[in-house]
Ligand binder design. Structure first.
Ligand code: F6P
Length: 342
């Protein structure tokens, strides 16, 4: 059996751990040939495919990024992209393709599966917004980075009696903001699921000052929006999956807070720091379990499925089900965060 693996979409900590697990399980346990496909779907279109062996994967477990490279290439937007993929699959005699990605990469995997590609998925995204799995790897690392940043920002905010606005990633879902904010003791958390009201935010900041706390930490997800306006867009240019580039909401909120309250306010945009560097132990283990699980799916010929974590079990999840709708933060969880607002 010849199995190709690719990583697509935004990178995240744990991708190398997953590549290592797929390769090791495939080669050592089942005697498969495992091949690395470079740069996501682009590498499959272009035939940039090379053999992985135990030496290539040695030492990569703790490394961030992906040794395979990644792009946001959508083969359905490339001229004859799909045709080229099927030709390369034939040329390299691939019996199965493992696609590691978020909703975009796995969306392509599902569409190609429907066209006959023997494909299984592994969910990854720091945003944790994929249905069908309790967690995606990369998320725990991102949350830990946010929590550590908040610890640091607390001391400087307190020393200067400032409001500190911290913008974190999260396009459609506020998982990083809410979990990072809870872990780091944020005073206000704003997420895309629940549009915010500037008057309420300022009232909370005032209330906190009245009880003697002269600083506030406001965590805002990049996709958060005011109650009566739309997304704050940094660039109108869309990627191959139709996403505009977000960013800028932190600055807008900080400006408003300072204008309305006359309290010194600063902004920190955590940006790609959240995606870089070494994965946490949790993410290394989850990625490893997912990699091993994906090879089992290939062995069982469960194509059109991805691995998912449910409870503490790695289970097969139909890609169709996982992609039906994004996993977002519900009101019950947001209510827990609200206990600590103000
Ligand atoms: O997919 C994760 C994510 O981190 C989003 O939260 C963010 O909007 C996006 O990637 C930005 O990634 P890039 O600039 O690499 O397209």
């Amino acid at each position: 059996m010849r199995v190709g693996i690719l990583t697509g979409g935004g990178d995240c900590p744990g991708l190398n751990a997953v590549i290592r697990a797929v390769t090791r399980k495939g080669i050592v346990h089942y005697g498969y040939d495992v091949l690395g496909i470079k740069n996501g779907w682009l590498g499959l279109i272009e035939g940039k495919i090379f053999p992985l062996d135990l030496n290539v994967i040695s030492g990569i477990l703790p490394r961030g990024g992906t040794i395979l490279g990644t792009t946001r290439t959508n083969p359905f937007m490339v001229e004859d992209g799909v045709g080229k993929i099927f030709s390369q699959v034939e040329k390299f005699e691939l019996d199965a393709v493992i696609a590691v990605g978020g909703e975009d990469t796995l969306g392509v995997a599902y569409k190609l599966y429907e066209k006959g590609l023997r494909c299984v998925g592994i969910p990854k995204t720091i945003d944790n917004d994929l249905s069908g799995t309790d967690y995606t790897f990369g998320f725990d690392t991102a949350v830990s980075i946010v929590a550590e940043a908040l610890d640091r920002l607390h001391t400087t905010a307190e020393a200067h009696h400032r409001v500190m606005v911290v913008e974190v990633m999260g396009r459609h879902a506020g998982w990083i903001a809410i979990e990072g904010g809870l872990a780091g003791g944020a005073d206000i958390i704003l997420i895309p699921e629940f549009p915010f009201d500037m008057d309420e935010i300022c009232a909370q900041i005032h209330k906190r000052r009245e009880r003697g706390k002269l600083f506030s930490i406001v965590v805002v997800a990049e996709g958060a929006k005011p109650r009566d306006a739309s997304l704050i867009i940094q660039s109108e240019e869309k990627d191959a999956f139709g996403h505009v580039r977000l960013g800028g909401i932190g600055n807008i909120i900080a400006r408003e807070i300072e204008m309305r309250t006359a309290i010194d306010t600063r902004v920190t945009v955590l940006g790609y720091i959240q995606r870089g560097g070494s994965p946490t132990a949790f993410d290394r283990i989850l990625a490893t379990r997912f990699g091993v699980g994906a090879i089992e799916l290939v062995k069982e010929e469960k194509f059109g499925f991805m691995v998912g974590l449910r409870g503490n079990h790695v289970v097969p999840v139909p890609l169709r089900e996982a992609l039906a709708q994004p996993k977002t933060v519900d009101a019950e969880f947001y209510d827990i965060a609200k206990v600590f607002f103000g």
